[in-house]
Write a protein that binds this ligand. Structure first.
Ligand code: SAH
Ligand code: SF4
Ligand code: F3S
Length: 436
């Protein structure tokens, strides 16, 4: 028997890429490849890339530089670039780095096996089509074991066109996978050991998939359908857009116990002027109104957000509005980024804020987010929380788990084994890790 070819996949960017990489790996394994964690041992290296900010996109080229050295000692090595940089830059990648054999955009992964078969040395193949068929319908799912907590893509693409963002261009328009496919995949994942599923979509709450009866259903109804799966304990979803929040989804946080009380709802800015320039179609008041309704439905909801500082035109006063919304909305968690001008987006040509000013604003915002996060976590001290044990402890006599609020907790004592659901009393915290 000939030895199996070995494939190494390196993943950048968001959870959608993590999920896509898992599916590509499963499909390649079904075609006889073996996985390797070491690029030096690989016959095929795939870089699954992210285009969201300049730094993310440039990482690809520094990695390709390193791969060039590996290829010098292994001339048969095949190299592919997948993901959002592949979609955005296409054949330009091969011109910049001729060692690349394969460039495949996010909607064409089902063609990977045949492209690999047909690959000829020295002739790069580029496929950045947006075919009508669903790639996952045509990708073999040979997954044989699954982690306790796993991702499941239900929706892809975005029609929102925020003026700073590349995603509508790299992932294409909004599409939802059919309900039956999602339920079948969820059941399969649960049969392989998964107990917590995070539903993924670039605009996951804009989900509108077709069910068996031919009716379109929204995300809340999909979650209801998934919640009946016996051994599925926890459901989460990300990322949502404020304008796609409906009453059904808000009420789902009240009515579906398996839906966990942690919710990521990016606001981007606290200034109405900047939100308008960002083409967000919501304002500060409408955002805060959603949060209020969510809290009525689920008083213990932990809220998370994304923020961009230094968007073109952002004055000190605009930035102060962002600082203020952090406490007004009552975040438990947040990601903040310095605006990065992306080619092809409307904000690319707008006049930039002084980089030093932007840097200082980012620092202030991050300090504020850390402060509210610690206050939030301190508020949990003394409370009893349900914990899914999912990690060996860092220290002797400890075991790690996740609270419903997503924050990790390290529990001391002989409380159970990995995969158990237990109750713990929060005793304190070490940075962002709770202690129980
Ligand atoms: N679909 C998701 C994820 C988008 S990317 C959503 O709508 O939230 C994740 C985050 O990256 C965004 O929420 C935004 O805060 C940030 N981001 C996107 N484009 C950016 C840019 N050009 N510069 C800086 N941050 C950006
Ligand atoms: Fe990008 Fe805006 Fe779409 Fe999110 S909603 S993916 S930030 S365009
Ligand atoms: Fe990056 Fe594409 Fe995700 S740009 S954040 S990998 S959708």
């Amino acid at each position: 028997m000939t030895e199996k070819k070995r494939v190494h996949i390196k993943t950048f960017g968001c959870q959608m890429n993590v999920y896509d990489s898992e599916r590509m790996m499963a499909s390649l394994k079904a075609d006889g490849y073996a996985e390797t964690q070491t690029p030096e041992d690989a016959d095929l290296i795939l870089l699954n890339t992210c285009h969201i900010r300049e730094k993310a996109a440039e990482k690809v080229y520094s990695d390709l530089g390193r791969i060039k050295k590996i290829k010098a000692s292994n001339p048969d090595l095949q190299v592919g670039v997948t993901g959002c940089v592949a979609q955005a830059e296409g054949g330009e990648i091969v011109r910049r780095q001729p060692l690349v054999d394969l460039v495949i955009g996010p909607q064409a992964y089902h063609r990977l096996p045949e492209m690999l078969r047909d690959l000829k040395p020295g002739e790069a193949v580029v496929d950045t089509d947006f075919p009508i068929e669903d790639k996952f319908d045509h990708m073999k799912d040979g997954r044989k074991s699954m982690p306790l907590s796993a991702f499941l893509s239900v929706q892809e693409g975005c029609d929102k066109f925020c003026s700073f963002c590349v995603v509508p261009y790299t992932r294409g328009g909004e599409r939802s996978r059919p309900v039956a496919k999602i339920i079948e995949e969820a059941r399969h994942m649960v049969s392989l050991g998964t107990r917590e599923i995070t539903l993924l979509g670039q605009n996951v709450n804009g989900y509108h998939g077709v069910d068996e009866a031919g009716n379109e259903i929204g995300l809340a109804a999909l979650i209801e359908r998934l919640a009946v799966i016996d051994d599925l304990w926890r459901i989460r979803f990300t990322t949502s857009h404020p304008n796609d929040m409906d009453d059904a989804l808000i009420n789902a946080f009240r009515d579906i116990p398996k839906l966990m009380p942690f919710f990521h709802l990016p606001v981007q800015s606290g200034s109405d002027k900047i939100l308008k320039a960002m083409n967000r179609h919501h304002n500060r008041a409408s955002y805060l109104n959603i949060i209020e309704r969510l809290r009525e439905a689920r008083p213990d909801l932990a809220l998370s957000g994304d923020f961009i500082v230094g968007f073109p035109g952002e004055t000190d006063a605009d930035f102060e509005d962002t600082m203020k919304i952090v406490r007004e909305a009552g975040y438990a968690h947040g990601f903040s980024f310095k605006f990065s001008p992306r080619p092809g987006t409307p904000a690319f040509d707008m006049e930039e804020v002084d980089p030093e000013v932007a840097k200082e604003r980012l620092k202030r915002l991050q300090d504020e987010i850390n402060a509210v996060q610690f206050e939030y976590l301190d508020g949990l001290i003394g409370k009893e929380v349900e914990v899914m044990l999912d990690k060996v402890g860092k220290y002797e006599g400890q075991i790690g788990g996740r609270t419903p609020y997503l924050f990790p907790i390290a529990i001391s004592g002989d409380v159970g084994k990995l995969g158990d659901m237990v109750y713990a009393t929060v005793k304190g915290r070490n940075h962002a890790t709770l202690l129980g």
